[in-house]
Design a protein around this ligand. Structure first.
Ligand SMILES: Nc1nc2c(ncn2[C@@H]2O[C@H](COP(=O)(O)OP(=O)(O)OP(=O)(O)O)[C@@H](O)[C@H]2O)c(=O)[nH]1
Ligand SMILES: [Mg+2]
Length: 433
C-alpha cells in the first residue's frame, strides 16, 4: 500500500517536471531569439550609422570629421571619371618594372590590373628593365597591354653584376652559411644583384633620364581598388619624394651589419658643419626607424640587436622622385653602404636601404603613406579600412579581415606616431575641388 502511495506521489511530480522543462525550453528559445534580435539590431545600427555617415560626407561635407590618415579630404567625394582625357596635364612620370622574360604572365596580370584601376585614365608610359634582352614575345604582349608607350632597356652588366671589390671566396662561404641558416634567398646571387641594382642603380639607367617620377610595379601583384586620384599628381603638387602603402619589419638575419654601417654614416655626416650636413635630425623620420616602444596593443614583432627597429617600406610598391635618388646625398649614402660589401656578404634588401635613406635624408613630410590604395604582394594585403573607402573605390579585397594595415606585422602605427602623422579628413586642403 505504502509503495503504491509512493508511486502515485512520484507520478504527480511528472506534470510539474514537464512544466519546468517547458519553461526552461521557452526561456532558452526566447533568449536565443532575443540574442539574435540583439545581434541583428546591432548590425542594422552599424549599417544605418554608416549610411548616415555617407550621407553626411556627401551632402553635408563640411559638418563631419572622419577619422582617417588620409591626406586628401576630397578623396571620398571624387566622382571617378573613367575616361581618358587627352587634355589632362600628365606629370613627367613612368611606371617601372624590373622583370625577367619568364615572368611575362605575372607581369601581364599586374599590368592589366594597374591599367584598369589607374592608368587607362592617364596613359602613363611603362619602362621595362632587364639584365638580359627582352624577348620579342615579352615586348609584344606588354606593349599591347600598356595604354601609354612601352619602352625596354637592357641593364649594363656593370650596373648589375657583383663588383670586383667583393672577395669571391668569402662570398661563397657566406652564401653557404646563409643557406644553412635558412635565410630567405640566402643562397641566391641573382637576388643580391637585384637588391643592389634596386638600391643604387635603377635611377641611373639612361632610359629614366627623361622622367621625374617612377611608380614601381612587380609581376603578380594586385591592385584591389580604383585609384581615387593620380598619385603622381599628388607627389608633384605636395612636393613629395617617396610614397608607400605597406610598412613591415625586416628579417634581421639578412641585414646583420646594415645598421652599424648606417650609424657610421650618420656620425660621419653629423661631424660636418651644420651647413654641410645631409641629415637633418630635427625634420627627418629618424624616430620612425628607431622607436621600439609599444604602440597600442603592439610592440615590434621581431626583436632587433641594434637601434634599428627593422621597420621598412615594402619597396615592391613605391612611388618615388627620381631626382631625389639621383641626388648627391642619396648617391653618397648608397656608395657608403656599398663599399662595406653588405649587399653580397649579407643580403641587404633594397627595401630597408630605401627606407632608411628616405627616413634620414628627407623631411618626414616629404614621405607619404597612400592609404586609399588596395594592394597585395604575397603574403600581405592592404585595403582601405573604412567601409566608405571600400565602396567608393569599388574595392575587391582578397579578404577584408586579412589586412596588414593595422596588424601586428605592420609599421603603419609607428608611422602615424613618428612620421608625417595621422590626421583627420578636412584638416587639410591640398587639392582644390
Ligand atoms: N631582370 C631580372 N629581374 C629580376 C631578377 N630577380 C628579380 N627580378 C625582379 O625584381 C623584382 C623583385 O624580385 P622578386 O623575386 O619579386 O623579389 P621579392 O619581391 O623580394 O620576393 P618574392 O617574394 O619572390 O616576390 C621583381 O620585379 C622581379 O621580377 C633577375 O635576375 N633579373
Ligand atoms: Mg616580389
Amino acid at each position: 500500500m505504502l509503495r503504491i502511495r509512493k508511486s502515485l506521489l512520484l507520478l504527480s511530480f511528472i506534470p510539474i517536471l514537464y512544466t519546468i522543462i517547458r519553461i526552461c525550453w521557452i526561456v532558452g528559445i526566447r533568449h536565443k531569439i532575443s540574442n539574435s534580435y540583439h545581434l541583428k539590431s546591432n548590425e542594422i545600427n552599424i549599417r544605418y550609422d554608416n549610411i548616415q555617415r555617407r550621407k553626411f560626407v556627401f551632402e553635408f561635407q563640411n559638418k563631419i570629421k572622419l577619422s582617417s590618415n588620409s591626406f586628401d579630404s576630397n578623396v571620398f567625394r571624387y566622382k571617378l571619371d573613367n575616361d581618358f582625357d587627352p587634355n589632362y596635364e600628365k606629370i613627367n612620370a613612368t611606371i617601372l618594372m624590373l622583370v625577367r622574360n619568364e615572368e611575362l604572365e605575372g607581369a601581364l596580370d599586374s599590368m592589366r590590373q594597374l591599367e584598369d584601376r589607374f592608368n587607362r585614365r592617364y596613359h602613363y608610359d611603362w619602362v621595362f628593365l632587364n639584365d638580359v634582352p627582352f624577348t620579342p614575345e615579352f615586348k609584344e604582349a606588354t606593349t599591347f597591354m600598356a595604354s601609354g608607350d612601352a619602352q625596354y632597356a637592357l641593364i649594363p652588366p656593370e650596373d648589375w653584376n657583383c663588383p670586383s671589390s667583393i672577395n669571391q671566396t668569402q662570398f661563397e662561404i657566406n652564401l653557404a652559411q646563409m643557406q644553412d641558416d635558412g635565410v630567405l634567398y640566402g643562397n641566391s646571387k641573382s637576388y643580391r644583384n637585384m637588391c643592389r641594382f634596386n638600391s643604387g642603380y635603377f635611377f641611373r639607367q639612361k632610359i629614366l633620364d627623361q622622367y621625374d617620377y617612377y611608380f614601381r610595379v612587380e609581376p603578380n601583384v594586385k591592385y584591389f581598388c580604383d585609384f581615387p586620384y593620380d598619385p603622381f599628381k599628388i607627389m608633384e603638387q605636395r612636393k613629395l619624394k617617396y610614397g608607400w602603402v605597406i610598412g613591415l619589419y625586416e628579417y634581421e638575419n639578412t641585414i646583420e651589419t646594415l645598421w652599424d654601417t648606417v650609424a657610421e654614416y650618420i656620425k660621419f655626416d653629423q661631424d660636418k658643419s651644420i651647413t654641410n650636413r645631409d641629415i637633418n635630425m630635427s625634420t627627418n623620420a629618424y624616430n620612425f626607424i628607431t622607436d621600439k616602444s609599444q604602440i597600442g596593443e603592439f610592440g615590434p614583432v621581431t626583436g632587433s640587436n641594434s637601434d634599428y627597429n627593422l621597420c621598412h617600406f615594402w619597396s615592391n610598391f613605391e612611388i618615388g622622385d627620381l631626382n631625389f635618388f639621383r641626388s648627391d646625398k642619396y648617391i653618397k649614402f648608397f656608395e657608403y653602404l656599398d663599399q662595406s660589401g653588405g649587399f653580397y656578404y649579407e643580403r641587404w634588401g633594397d627595401a630597408p636601404v630605401h627606407s632608411i635613406a628616405v627616413s634620414l635624408l628627407l623631411n618626414k613630410d616629404e614621405i607619404i603613406h597612400f592609404d586609399e590604395i588596395g594592394y597585395a604582394h604575397a603574403p600581405f594585403n592592404t585595403c582601405p579600412i573604412s567601409d566608405i573607402g571600400l565602396l567608393s573605390h569599388r574595392c575587391r579585397c582578397q579578404d577584408s579581415t586579412d589586412n596588414i594595415a593595422i596588424d601586428k606585422h605592420s609599421c603603419l602605427m609607428r608611422w602615424w606616431k613618428n612620421g608625417s602623422g595621422k590626421f583627420f579628413m578636412q584638416e587639410d586642403n591640398y587639392i582644390e575641388s
